[in-house]
Design a protein. Structure first.
Length: 344
């Protein structure tokens, strides 16, 4: 019992110090209190303090210098975490992400890993949600960022105190997490090449939230390949609902085109346009619709769809978690582009 209590004390102290590192109270390169001060502040023995600091030094989280105190050293390393549990976090769940969860669950099952889904509370930051998982000894996470911003400094702190992270569908967390996402440039090019029709009229319809990396990249790929094409931006909502006023704006732009192709930056946009404007589009003029990501009911329309290879994405994400655990200081964050496939 005594040994167990001592172990709990030094782990509790380590967690307390890691919390201060995460919150930025103990910054990179700055000294932490002396052994004597830590012993007094946390009401533990000097032996417990020394054992805690020895563990933190072994994990490259601090450097102890004789006569010069103990300093925090934030390191962008992979961490040797067992992959018995992986948490998958997101600010919301929609049909696209639900399909990804299903594919990642298959991957986890094959690897004998327990998968936990955690929805980030509306008022919580992504990093604080990850830190809360850390305090519950969950050290491997897959993040679907969606429309949330990231604080790279806090991601570095999370990485330093022992968390492995892979971001799906975004690369905003580089260089502190691997990124696995659709090759958006190839997706847009593939849609444009998938059809043949007379005329050179193109219209892109996408979300207006350019803080989301995929929103930016898809529109940029379109304008690069169709410099004379029009662009309509739909107000972003996390629930992906599109108001009637936005549909009217799209209709107005379509009516300016005698014929042509409308490229949609998301399946929800294509679905709303087709459900609302298909009668006009099919009877009055000749249009071709292409979209990135599928949607319910797409089989009712002659639409070209670039679908993501979620199975390959899930496989690559799990592989990167394994490499983060195995490579340690030899790990470096990388981006992995997964090519989509044109269907229909």
């Amino acid at each position: 019992m005594g040994n167990e209590m001592n172990e709990l004390r030094y782990l509790d102290l380590k967690n307390a110090l890691c919390e201060k590192i995460y919150k930025g109270i103990y910054k990179d390169g700055k000294k932490i209190p002396s052994e004597r001060q830590l012993s007094t502040d946390y009401e533990v023995s000097r032996i417990t303090v020394r054992k805690t600091l020895e563990l933190m030094e072994k994990e490259n989280l601090i450097v102890r210098e004789v006569g010069n105190g103990t300093r925090v050293t934030l390191k962008n390393y992979g961490n040797a975490n067992p992959l018995d549990v992986v948490a998958l976090t997101a600010p919301s769940r929609n049909p696209f992400f639900a399909n990804f969860i299903a594919e990642f669950q298959k991957q986890a099952w094959e690897k004998n890993t327990l998968l936990l889904y955690v929805e980030v509370p509306e008022r919580a930051t992504l990093e604080d949600c990850l830190y809360r998982l850390y305090t519950r000894n969950i050290r491997n996470v897959v993040v679907w960022q969606d429309d949330q911003t990231v604080d790279r400094e806090k991601l570095l702190r999370l990485r330093s105190i022992g968390m492995n992270m892979v971001f799906f569908d975004a690369d905003d967390a580089l260089p502190y997490a691997d990124a696995v996402f659709l090759d958006n440039v190839d997706a847009v090019k593939s849609l444009l090449k998938s059809v043949e029709f007379p005329g050179e009229n193109y219209l892109y319809v996408g979300w207006d939230n350019r803080s989301i990396s995929n929103v930016r990249k898809r529109e940029a790929a379109f304008t690069e390949n169709c410099p004379d094409g029009g662009v309509v931006r739909i107000p972003w909502r996390r629930d992906r609902k599109i108001e009637e006023e936005s549909v009217k704006r799209v209709k107005k732009e379509i009516q300016k085109m005698p014929q042509g192709m409308i490229v949609c930056g998301a399946g929800e946009i294509a679905q709303r346009i087709l459900e609302s404007l298909w009668e006009m589009m099919s009877q009055e003029k000749k249009y071709i619709i292409g979209t990135i990501d599928d949607f319910d009911g797409s089989d009712r329309y002659p639409v070209k769809v670039c679908v993501q290879n979620l199975r390959e994405s899930a496989r690559k994400i799990y592989q990167r978690l394994e490499e983060q655990s195995e490579l340690g200081s030899g790990w470096k964050a990388e981006s992995y582009l997964i090519r989509g496939e044109i269907i229909k």
